[in-house]
Design a protein around this ligand. Structure first.
Ligand code: G3P
Ligand code: MG
Length: 328
């Protein structure tokens, strides 16, 4: 019989830190893959606010780092639920921001977006768009940017050149009918919708202190927009802690093959994370059991004072053992 519980693991700060593997992560995932006295298999997904690559590529990277097979269908990246936007923007012009080179263009194309521009395309069209850093990426396809008015801006991953990308996203949302190089006079109605794939302000790497994430870019962008236009910048966000991402993840968990959860009931999901504002807030709000670990962003004594988790564990292996004890 299919189990009616599952795990959703955060990646950065729970399974890995930068290029380093968190040692207990290997044992934790093996426990769920049948390497235990009861030979039990418990379904799990990786639910990360990271991205910038395809789900298949991330599965391959994590499989190698943890020396365990992770299937692409087990990986939910920050931008995975943004597939849901394809229906609305399939044949519209979208500005896809973030990531290295064409990585996010390729992800967006894979989801089904057809007309994609990137900040690199715009800087290549006219390097004066951002006079302080030269274009780094030479795309063989040149774009006639003013003839490609932008219908929506979607940030898929962290900007690699914050200054340039702040400028270009502002250019797009302030443009008259999305035409880059023009500017509206009246800012009271925002014409161009803006989407973020995650809004985590900080995240955990192998650097000893937390690093700025996409959510911090959003703060900077909003502040600039408000200063320049005297209006609030409106946007829609995906990723943890947003409910759309959890609903998407729950659908993935039910449909994992092999080993998904029973389709007819709501599975009990144990969410293991290191960031209270993303992983714990989101899991608590969606009715999952939240487990906060001490291997990443969270370093306070005891539980998080702002977003308390159902349990706090030293690391991911202890979290898995605690959850299995609740079930058996
Ligand atoms: O940008 C932040 C992101 O990389 C954090 O990932 O796995 O901690 O949700 P994760
Ligand atoms: Mg994390």
């Amino acid at each position: 019989m299919k189990p009616n519980y599952a795990f959703a693991f955060d990646i950065d700060g729970v399974l890995i830190k930068g290029k380093q593997t968190i040692p207990e992560a290997k044992r934790a995932l093996r426990l769920l893959n049948g390497d235990n006295a009861a030979k039990r298999h418990v379904p799990f997904v990786l639910l990360t606010n990271g991205g910038g690559v395809t789900e298949a590529k991330k599965a391959e990277q994590i499989s190698q780092m943890l020396d365990i097979e992770i299937r692409p269908e087990q990986v939910i990246l920050s931008h995975s639920p943004m597939r849901l936007l394809v229906e609305k923007y399939k044949d519209k012009q979208v500005l896809i921001v973030g990531g290295v080179g064409n990585s996010c263009r390729d992800v967006a194309k894979g989801y089904g977006f057809e007309n994609i521009l990137t900040p690199d395309d715009i800087q290549q069209w006219n390097p004066s768009v951002w006079p302080f850093t030269p274009p780094k990426f030479d795309n063989p396809v040149k774009h006639d940017v003013p003839k490609m008015p932008i219908d929506a801006v979607m940030m898929f991953h962290d900007a690699r050149d914050w200054g340039r990308d702040l400028q270009i996203v502002l250019d797009a949302v302030c443009a008259q009918n999305g035409v880059i190089g023009t500017q509206k006079i009246d800012f009271t109605a925002q014409q161009i919708p803006l989407y973020f794939s995650n809004v985590s302000k900080i995240w955990s790497t192998d650097f000893p202190a937390p690093r700025l994430g996409q959510g911090s870019f959003k703060v900077a962008l909003e502040q600039l927009y408000e200063t320049l236009t005297e209006q609030k910048l409106r946007s829609t966000s995906f990723g943890k802690p947003h409910g759309t991402t959890y609903a998407y993840a729950e659908h993935v968990i039910k449909n994992l093959s092999p080993g998904g959860c029973a389709e007819d009931t709501k599975p009990r999901v144990y969410a293991v994370g290191d960031n209270p504002a993303a992983d714990i807030k989101g899991a608590n709000a969606y009715g999952w059991t939240s487990i906060l670990v001490r291997t990443g962003v969270f370093t306070e004594p005891g539980n998080s004072s702002i977003y308390p988790a159902d349990a706090v564990c030293k690391h991911v292996q202890e979290a898995v053992e605690w959850a299995i004890d609740q079930e058996e």
